[in-house]
Design a protein around this ligand. Structure first.
Ligand SMILES: [Fe+2]
Length: 549
C-alpha cells in the first residue's frame, strides 16, 4: 500500500513537472487567472469534488493540474492529477477525487502553467463512531440585495463539517427587477443586466456571484453540499414551468425546457456538485452519512417532480374556498420515484439522526389578519394593490404561502407519515422564505411532533418586514406566532445563517443574525437557540442553553 502510494506520488510529481515545463516553455499560461476562487463539495468518506474556473481562455483547450495535500503549504502531497477544460464547459474544472483518508482536513489547489490558484480547505466524511457533526445552513444569497456577510461569518468558523446551501444560490432577475433597488449604490448591479434566459446568461451570473470575496472565502474554507431552489432557474418554479417564465409581455422567453436545461447545465458547471444535468431527469436528491450519527438526506422539492402550485385566484378568496382548492387535487411535491427513494433511505437508516435538507417550508402557517397590522402609507417592496388583495385574503386566516408545502397538504401528510413510520429522530432543514423560523411538525389531527423544522434565514434576500409595511416592527411575527402554536420561533427583520449541531443526545439550532447587509460593516448576534432530544422528538423543540460542545 505504502509502495503504491509512493509510486503514485512520484508519477504525479513527474506529471506536475512535465505540465509546468510545457506551459512555461510556451508562455501561454501568463494570461490565465483563477478569478472565481476554488470550491469543494459533496464530501464522501474517501472522496471530494474539487472545483475551479480558468479565466482568460478563448477557444483553446487548457490543461489544469490539481493537487491534494495534508497541509496548507501543500508540502505533504497526497494525490495529484491533471485534466483538460474547454469552452464547452465554460472553462470550469471539476474533479471527483477518491482514495482519500476519512474524517481528514485536506488542502487543495490548481495550477495552470505557472499560475496557481488559492489553496482551499476541505474535509472528508467521518466513519464509525461519531460524536458530533456541525453545519452552517444558508440560503437565498441575492447579490444585488446586499453584501454576503453571512458567508463571511461562516468562512471564519473552523468547527464545521460542511456548509449546506439550500438554494437560491443565484437569482435570475435583471436590473430594475426584484431586490435590485439598492444595487447601483452598493456596486452590485446584476450581470448580465437582463433577466437570465440563455446558457450564456446563466454562466455569466454564476461568474458574478463567484467573484464575490465573501463567497470565495466561504468556499475556500469549507466543502459545500448544495441543492437548488427556484431562482437557480426562475421564480416559483415547478417541474414544467415557473411563475417567472413566459409572463413578460415585452419579451419572448422561449421554451421552458430550453431555459431549464441551460440553467441546469450552468449550475452543474459552476457548483462543486457530483453528477450532471439531464433535463427533466436531473437528480440532485442524494444522501451523505456521518458515521453512526447522522444520515443527511437532500431532496428536490422544486424541479424534479413538483406539480404546479395551486392558483389562489381560481378560488373565491375565502378560507373555505382556498382550503377546498388545496384539498381538491392530490398535488405531488417529491414525485413517486423520489418518495420511494426517501422511504428506502429512512427505512435503512441506522444512524441516530435523519436530517431532511430541502428547499421550502414544511410547517403549516395560517396568515394573521393583516388589516390591523399593516400601514399602507408606509413604503413597501410590494405594490399597493397586491397588499390590499392580501389584506382581503387574510380575513379568514387561510394558508397563503402556497409555494411551500402548505400548497401540497396531501403530499405533506404522506411525507410526515413516512417520517413517523420510518424516520426515528428526524429534523427538517429548510430555506426559501428569507425567515429564520422553527416549528414542531405533526400529522394533521395529531398533537405529538413526528419531526421538527429548522429554517435558515436568507444571506441577503429581503424578508417579511420589507414586503409588509407594519404599523409597528414585529407585528407580523407576533401575530403569526400567536395564530400558529406549532411555530416556536420566527424572525422577520434580519438576514443571517443557521448553525446546526448533532450529537447522540440532541440536535441544536442556533440562528446567527447580521444587523445589516448594506452598510460597509456589520455586527452579528445569536438570536435564538432551540434544541430537540434524540429519543424524544414527540416533545418537540425547547430553549437550549449555550453550546458547550
Ligand atoms: Fe429566496
Amino acid at each position: 500500500m505504502l509502495r503504491r502510494t509512493f509510486i503514485r506520488l512520484v508519477a504525479n510529481t513527474i506529471v506536475l513537472a512535465l505540465l509546468s515545463a510545457k506551459a512555461g516553455a510556451s508562455g501561454y499560461a501568463k494570461r490565465y487567472a483563477f478569478q472565481h476562487g476554488v470550491a469543494s463539495g459533496d464530501p464522501l468518506a474517501d472522496g471530494i469534488m474539487l472545483w475551479t474556473r480558468i479565466s482568460g481562455a478563448y477557444g483553446e483547450k487548457v490543461s489544469v493540474v490539481w493537487e491534494v495535500a495534508r497541509d496548507a503549504g501543500m508540502q505533504s502531497l497526497l494525490l495529484a492529477g491533471h485534466l483538460e477544460t474547454d469552452e464547452s464547459i465554460d472553462y470550469t474544472v471539476k474533479v471527483d477525487v477518491r482514495r482519500l483518508p476519512a474524517d481528514t482536513r485536506l488542502y487543495y489547489r490548481f495550477t495552470v502553467g505557472d499560475i496557481q490558484s488559492p489553496v482551499g480547505m476541505t474535509r472528508t466524511l467521518p466513519v464509525g463512531s461519531v460524536d458530533l457533526a456541525r453545519f452552517a445552513v444558508v440560503s437565498c444569497s441575492n447579490y444585488p440585495a446586499g453584501f454576503f456577510y453571512a458567508y463571511r461569518e461562516v468562512a471564519q468558523r473552523d468547527d464545521l463539517n460542511a456548509v449546506i446551501h439550500l438554494g437560491d444560490y443565484i437569482y435570475e432577475y435583471g436590473a430594475g427587477q426584484y431586490a435590485t433597488e439598492r444595487a447601483e449604490e452598493l456596486g452590485r448591479q446584476p450581470d448580465p443586466p437582463t433577466e437570465l434566459l440563455t446558457l450564456g446568461d446563466y454562466r455569466k451570473r454564476h461568474a458574478q456571484y463567484k467573484s464575490d470575496r465573501d463567497s470565495q472565502a466561504m468556499h475556500r474554507a469549507h466543502p459545500v453540499i448544495a441543492i437548488w431552489d427556484d431562482h437557480e432557474i426562475a421564480n416559483e418554479g415547478w417541474k414544467d414551468g415557473a411563475d417567472n417564465h413566459g409572463n413578460d409581455s415585452d419579451r419572448d422567453e422561449g421554451l421552458w425546457q430550453d431555459r431549464r436545461d441551460a440553467a441546469m447545465q450552468a449550475y452543474f458547471e459552476w457548483m462543486p456538485i457530483r453528477g450532471e444535468a439531464n433535463g427533466s431527469r436531473t437528480r440532485i436528491f442524494r444522501a451523505f452519512q456521518f458515521g453512526d450519527l447522522l444520515n443527511l438526506i437532500l431532496l428536490d422539492t422544486r424541479f424534479y417532480s413538483r406539480e404546479r402550485q395551486p392558483d389562489i385566484s381560481a378560488t373565491d378568496g375565502t378560507r373555505g374556498g382556498i382550503e377546498a382548492e388545496l384539498n381538491k387535487v392530490k398535488r405531488r411535491m417529491l414525485g413517486r420515484r423520489q418518495e420511494r427513494w426517501l422511504r428506502k433511505r429512512l427505512k435503512r437508516s441506522t444512524m441516530t439522526w435523519n436530517a431532511l435538507a430541502q428547499q421550502v417550508l414544511v410547517s403549516p402557517i395560517r396568515t394573521p389578519d393583516l388589516e390591523p397590522i399593516l400601514d399602507l402609507e408606509k413604503p413597501s417592496m410590494v405594490r399597493r394593490e397586491v397588499l390590499e388583495r392580501n389584506i382581503g385574503l387574510s380575513k379568514g386566516n387561510p394558508p397563503l404561502l402556497l409555494d411551500t408545502w402548505d400548497g401540497y397538504p396531501w403530499a405533506r401528510q404522506r411525507l410526515l407519515r413516512d417520517i413517523k413510520r420510518y424516520g426515528g429522530n428526524t429534523v427538517v432543514l429548510s430555506g426559501d422564505l428569507h425567515t429564520p423560523l422553527a416549528g414542531n411538525l405533526n400529522l394533521a389531527g395529531e398533537k405529538e411532533a413526528v419531526a421538527v423544522e429548522f429554517m435558515t434565514g436568507s444571506v441577503t434576500s429581503p424578508g417579511f418586514a420589507e414586503y409588509l409595511p407594519e404599523r409597528k416592527p414585529g407585528m407580523v411575527r407576533d401575530a403569526t406566532l400567536e395564530l400558529n402554536p406549532n411555530l416556536r420561533y420566527m424572525e422577520t427583520d434580519h438576514r443571517g445563517w443557521l448553525c446546526i449541531t448533532f450529537t447522540h443526545a440532541e440536535c441544536i439550532g442556533e440562528w446567527h443574525l447580521v444587523d445589516s447587509v448594506r452598510a460597509a460593516d456589520y455586527a452579528s448576534k445569536i438570536d435564538k437557540r432551540l434544541a430537540v432530544d434524540a429519543g424524544n422528538i414527540a416533545a418537540g423543540l425547547y430553549e437550549a442553553a449555550d453550546l458547550t460542545t
